[in-house]
Write a protein that binds this ligand. Structure first.
Ligand code: DAH
Length: 339
């Protein structure tokens, strides 16, 4: 019995010594110490041992077991340490290598300007809404008081999908769409892309952006329009900015005006930026025409309102002192990242 134990012990230790993977150690544990393992079977044959020798043999088996377990545990630790070392070697990072440059884009000046305009009007309680870029002639022209033979249609020549559908020339049709829904009062801005069949030059593009504004409620007057736009100009261009309303004509507003702001470069004295006049034109506006109200299902005897339309590119060009609109559409990173 003693010899058998010695043999089992020596064999087990040798196998542990020779194993080079954690799974192998586990197999060895099962083969020797497991329920059907060799050492366990020695214990099972204890009944063949003379009773007086049993304690001694039992002790020997336990010693062997302890020794094997100890060796297993130590080897397991050693293998784990080696595995970790291997892993570390494989994952070494050479911090002296040049880094891979990740290219992060930059917000477009239009986007920055739009976010600024939205911030100002949302702060005044306006809702931001959107309308379709492909629009019915009915909304783009007809409901804005621009009937088929109106000369304004010539100024805003566009791309026709068919006789009734156009690429919108202005964001003003969103006014008609929102009014038609009939949820009053209205206080909204509608930013978006518009189209005209214009040749590309430093101040024109066949596709550009506008921000429409519309307020409809009882007792809205031109004074509300003036106050709102004066505040808008101050927030956008600085506290000292003044506004000037010049009479103008738009078919869907009456009276209508164009709005100039004092040149934020020279403060109104006149410089190259404002072409010596001290003023810079920024938008068109007016009181909603009663006929437009009627066509959109609102009673002009009960409600009044004002509207305005701003060119987004114009704001971006002014605010960031960019002198050629084409730069905004070239997507040149060197240009974009300056803002
Ligand atoms: N839609 C006009 C344009 O594209 C701009 C405009 C003028 C919008 C007066 C308005 C407004 O809402 O009241 O030229």
């Amino acid at each position: 019995m003693k010899d058998q134990l010695e043999r089992i012990k020596a064999e087990a230790l040798a196998k542990i010594e020779a194993s080079d993977a954690l799974e192998k150690l586990n197999d060895i544990r099962v083969a020797y110490l497991g329920k059907k393992g060799e050492l366990t079977s020695v214990l099972k044959s204890m009944k063949e041992v003379a009773p007086e020798d049993r304690p001694k043999v039992g002790q020997m088996v336990n010693d062997a077991r302890a020794l094997i377990e100890e060796k297993l545990e130590a080897t397991k630790k050693e293998l784990a340490r080696k595995a970790r070392e291997e892993q570390m070697k494989k994952e070494v990072i050479d911090v002296t290598l040049p880094a891979k440059k990740s290219n992060v884009g930059h917000s477009h000046p239009n986007t920055i300007a739009l976010e600024e305009v939205e911030r100002i009007f949302v702060g005044m309680g306006y809702e931001v809404v959107e309308g379709p870029e492909v629009e019915y002639d009915l909304y783009n022209f007809e409901k804005l008081n621009i009937p088929a033979n109106h000369p304004a249609k010539d100024e805003q020549d566009t791309f026709y999908i068919n006789k009734d559908i156009v690429l919108r020339t202005q964001t003003s049709p969103v006014q008609a769409r929102v009014m038609e829904k009939g949820k009053l009062p209205i206080r909204m801005i509608a930013p978006g892309r518009v189209f005209r069949s214009d040749e590309v030059d430093a101040t024109h593009s066949p596709s550009f952006h506008q921000i429409e504004g519309l307020v409809v409620d009882k007792n809205i007057t031109f004074a509300d329009l003036k106050g709102t736009l004066a505040e808008f100009a101050k927030e956008l261009f600085g506290e000292d900015t003044k506004v000037k309303f010049r009479p103008h004509h738009f078919p869907f507003t009456e009276p209508s005006a164009e709005v100039d702001v004092t040149c934020f470069k020279c403060g109104g004295k006149g410089c190259r930026f404002c072409k010596g006049s001290g003023w810079i034109e920024i938008l068109g506006c007016g009181m909603v025409h009663p006929h437009v109200f009627e066509m959109c299902g609102i009673d002009p005897e009960e409600y009044t309102g004002f509207a305005f339309g701003v060119g987004l590119e114009r704001i971006a060009l002014l605010k960031y002192e960019i002198d050629d609109m084409r730069l905004l559409y070239e997507n040149d990173e060197r240009f974009l990242k300056q803002f």
